[in-house]
Structure formats: C-alpha cells, structure tokens
Design a protein around this ligand. Sequence first.
Ligand code: A2P
Length: 274
Amino acid sequence: MSFQLNDGLTVPEIGFGTYQLNGATGVNTMVSALNNGYRLLDSAFNYENEGAVGQAIRQSGIPRTDILVSSKLPGRHHRYQDAIATIQESLYRAGLDYYDLYLIHWPNPLEDHYVEAWQALIDAQKFGLVRSIGVSNFLPEHLNRIIKETGVTPSLNQIELHPYFNQADQRQFDTEHHILTQAWSPLGRASEILNDQTLTALATKYHVSVVQLILKWDIQHGVMPIPKSSNPVRQRQNLTLDFTIDAADMAAIDQLTKPDGRTHDQDPARYQEF
Ligand code: A2P
C-alpha cells in the first residue's frame, strides 16, 4: 500500500496529479480527491495552483501531517539563490510551512544549471523547507551528474510513463540507484490508449477498467502513478486496485510500448522549460 523512499520517507503507492486544476474548480476537485482517499497531491510552481492545493488541504479538514504535498522548481529558477527564493515563494503561495517533496521540474540541460538547482534543494532539505528531494524528467546522464557532483541521490524521478511509453531503461536505472520512479500522464492523457485492444481484453479478464489495469501495472512495476480525475466516481475507482496482474499479462502490457510513444513532444535532452 506504500513505497519507501531512499531517505526513509513513506509515500502512498498512488498520488493525485493536479496539472490544470486551478481556481475554485480546482480546489473542489482536490478536496474531493482528498475526501476520496488520496494522500499525495502533486503540484508545481509552473502549474500556478500551489495556492489551490493549500486551500484544498485546509478545506478538507484532513490534518496536514496526514497528507504529502509535492511541488517543483521551474527551469528559469535554477541558479542557487533564485532556487532557494523560489522554494520559499512556493511555500508562501501554498500557505504551507514545508513541502513533503520538492523536485527539479526539468533538467534544462542546454542552460546547464541543474547541478546548482540540486545543491539548492539539498540545502532546502537541511533548512527544513522540504522533507524529501527529487527530480523530474531526468535522464541517466543528468542523474549521474548530480549524484557525482553532490554525493546526494534524488529520492524519486517523475517521468512520462504509460503503456505506450513504458521507459523500461530509465526505470531500471532508477531502480539500480534506489530512486522511486513516479509516472506522470499515466493514462497517456486518456488518449487512444483507453481503447487499446490488448488493454481492453485484459481489463475484461480481470473485471476492472483499462485505467485500473494501467495503474496496477505501474504499481506492480514499483512505479507510483499520479492519475488525475475530476470525477469523484473515477477518483475512487482509480484507488480500488485489489487484484493482481499475472506475469504473462504484465509482459503483454510491456509489449505495447513504442519508440515514439510520448504523448507530449518534450524530450528532456532538449526541452527548455520556462
Ligand atoms: P476525468 O477527469 O473526466 O475523469 P492523465 O493523468 O494521463 O493526464 O489523464 C487524465 C485524464 O484521464 C482526465 O481527462 C480524466 O478524465 C481521465 N481519467 C482519469 N481516470 C479515469 C478513469 N477511471 N476512466 C476514464 N478516464 C479517466
């Protein structure tokens, strides 16, 4: 029911994505997710919704200490002092006095300040601003570099991951380094993947929906998915995963990956996040 990070923090096996959940509607969706059982909310400075996340937590009535909140450092704030100030700004926006997780959103390798940003996160953790620090969209070369230059391994790496882009190599790298892989867009933005013939047949076999099948496939691979749904029934359905996919069916789902399976044209080697 949970994963343990390399720094000892226990995190749920599934989180709730909040990208594009903004304003009062966003707050309502997040309150509903919390009331339906989610205990990890994934946000980012660039989502412009950290305030909504903080509001949802207060409105839910659930104790802050029962909830894990993550946010992410934008690419334009990778310089050390700027990164520290941005983390403080992130906290101020949310009305929180700490984040449970704080990630570098993208490596922005063409600007090449991500090692400095990582040092800032290391210090932010020492200052008590964040409990656990990680990265997002990092390739092995970026991870190797920050580990070598600082001696500190991220607790998790959040990457695009779904059956059409299953990131087997990156997952293996993460596992070897005791880094938890977290999956963004776990449903491939609910694109044609939800009508895939193989997935549909397997979902029928296990008496679950295609979405439940995908989320369970993530978790059985040791990956934490962070699905998003505005619908309370689907929010609950996505947490109801009391079945086990057998090894042959896991392998069949693994076969669905495609080299060009990204649903977003964002190659971390080139992508410049603002
Ligand atoms: P909805 O909010 O109407 O439930 P991703 O996390 O890959 O970006 O995908 C999010 C999309 O997946 C949302 O549009 C959401 O729609 C949809 N979705 C989430 N859970 C389910 C589900 N159990 N069945 C169908 N669609 C779902």
